[in-house]
Design a protein around this ligand. Structure first.
Ligand code: AHR
Length: 494
């Protein structure tokens, strides 16, 4: 029997890579994510690089964004890419029917998105329109972006100022096709997926629209119906939002108590069960784990902030969101064998955003600081662990109080740990088998109150601070994890 709050790490068994794409983001045409968010246009008085806010670009580079999904979401299955290329003054507009009914001028299109990805150093992930689009439209978009041949589409690209094709690897074929992406049955969508994917020559990594939450039947049908056409599918998506109280989102992002906190921790921990069960189904058709599970929408979803357009999904981001990010990323890391990419929703001003803006002001949310802290795991080797945690109980529901993952890269062992209990500091002991480590350092994110957040007049309320850890002795290191915190401890040799 293992002692409580003891974590055993096996560095000599670290043979699975944590794909850096697990640290991915999502930017949909929704509310103030793109327009009046990351994109203000060249004419703006806010300092910008070809229309992209400079302060946002700098912050994102610092946090490291490996991959960015665009243009939706539900918007993606209404989007017609040809309306977003060429002379901006001549581009037709589009009504964003899902998100607030606002009219957009299409000034942020394919060239702008791919330019933005290059500026921030992210791989692009483009979601094609299956719900209201045609196979021809999708095929031509892939051709426009990736082809080296001489063709009407590549001529058009060149006319629009881009000689060389872009190196875009990831293409999603539809989004939430069980809902806003066409209200299809899995059997019908599976056939449509096969048809669309057949003509997407040039798409190196094709991602099928996947299940919502615990719709295991969807995953089963998609895996079964694509088993004999492996060249058409590389990934299958999964969407899961942490939404205490369920749909529709009714709980406040900032005004909550201990029960709400506990409910939220329960909901984010469900990611482990959901990923395990979807992975088990995938294993029956794909035991070698060739098809990646792509968790391309996850994060918190609360009631929209008062005074904002409810269709804009604008919410604040507290210490609780930081815990959700820390726990979610630990779970995704620990499933690296099957999970090849994940995209938190969404990058700026929408849902669990890493950045919020107001006019020319910008702030980094607690979630931003967790992503930056955890970036040490990107492309590192996952270290298998055994964690025996004490419990955190409330009104008859019991959770593990501790949640962790660990990785090793370039001789540095990085251990991330969350203490979910808002009332109790917990002493933990790590035992490391394999390598010898003699030095330790740490970073901690916590705050006085569970509801603390960063605002435009107090932007450093919840930030990462240095954390002192004593030197490891005989492969063991002990420290106390403060209540309601996200912690990174790193060990290395001399
Ligand atoms: O991220 C917000 C929305 O949530 C997306 O557009 C959709 O795919 C999901 O339902």
């Amino acid at each position: 029997v293992q002692a409580q709050n003891k974590i055993t790490l096996h560095t000599d068994e670290a043979d699975t890579k944590i794909n850096r794409e697990i640290y991915g983001h999502f930017a949909e045409h929704l509310g103030r994510c793109i327009y009046d968010g990351l994109y203000v246009g060249e004419g703006s008085e806010i300092p910008n690089i070809r229309g992209f806010r400079k302060d946002i670009v700098d912050a994102l580079k610092d946090m490291k964004v490996p991959v960015l999904r665009w243009p939706g979401g539900c918007f993606g299955d209404t989007y017609h890419w040809k309306d977003g290329i060429g002379d901006k003054s001549k581009r037709p507009s589009i009504v964003n029917v899902h998100w607030g009914g606002v009219t957009e001028d299409n000034s942020f299109g394919t060239h702008e998105f791919l330019d933005f990805c290059q500026v921030i150093g992210a791989e692009p992930y483009i979601n094609l329109n299956v719900g209201s689009g045609t196979v021809q439209e999708a095929a031509e978009w892939v051709e426009y972006i990736t082809s080296n041949n001489q063709s009407p589409m590549t001529d058009l690209r060149k006319q629009n100022g881009r000689e060389e094709p872009w190196d875009v690897k990831y293409f999603g074929i539809g989004n939430e096709n069980w809902g806003c992406g066409g209200n299809m049955t899995p059997e019908y969508y599976a056939n449509l997926f096969r048809r669309f994917s057949t003509y997407c020559y040039g798409a190196q990594y094709r991602i099928a629209g996947g299940a919502n939450v615990d719709d295991y039947h969807w995953t089963d049908v998609l895996m079964r119906e694509t088993k004999n056409v492996p060249h058409l599918i590389n990934g299958l998506s999964l969407h899961y939002y942490t939404m205490p109280g369920g749909w529709p989102p009714s709980r406040s992002a900032t005004d909550f108590g201990k029960q709400d906190w506990h409910d939220t921790m329960y909901e984010v921990l469900r990611m482990d069960e959901l990923i395990t069960k979807h992975s088990n189904i995938m294993d029956t058709y794909d035991p070698n784990k060739r098809v990646g599970l792509i968790v391309d929408e996850w994060g918190t979803w609360f009631k929209s902030m008062e005074g904002t357009n409810p269709g804009f999904l604008h919410q604040q981001n507290t210490l609780r969101d930081a815990l959700v990010a820390g726990v979610g990323l630990n779970i995704l890391n620990n499933h690296s064998e099957r999970v090849k990419m994940a995209n938190i929703a969404q990058m700026v001003n929408v849902l669990q955003a890493v950045i919020l803006t107001k006019g020319d002001q910008m702030l980094l949310t607690p979630t931003y600081h967790v992503f930056k802290m955890y970036s040490v795991h990107q492309d590192a080797q996952l270290v298998p662990m055994h964690l025996a945690s004490e419990k955190y109980e409330m009104n008859g529901r019991t959770l593990d109080a501790l949640n962790a993952s660990a990785s090793v890269k370039d001789g540095v062992l990085s251990m991330t740990l969350c203490n979910l209990n808002p009332d109790k500091d917990i002493e933990v002991e790590y035992e490391v088998t394999g390598d010898e480590y003699t030095m330790a350092s740490g970073q901690l994110l916590t705050s006085k109150n569970i509801t603390d957040y960063n605002d435009f007049d107090k932007s450093t309320e919840v930030v990462t601070k240095p954390f002192k850890v004593s030197k490891p002795k005989n492969g063991k290191v002990k420290f106390t994890v403060p209540s309601k915190s996200v912690l990174l401890v790193q060990l290395q040799g001399e």
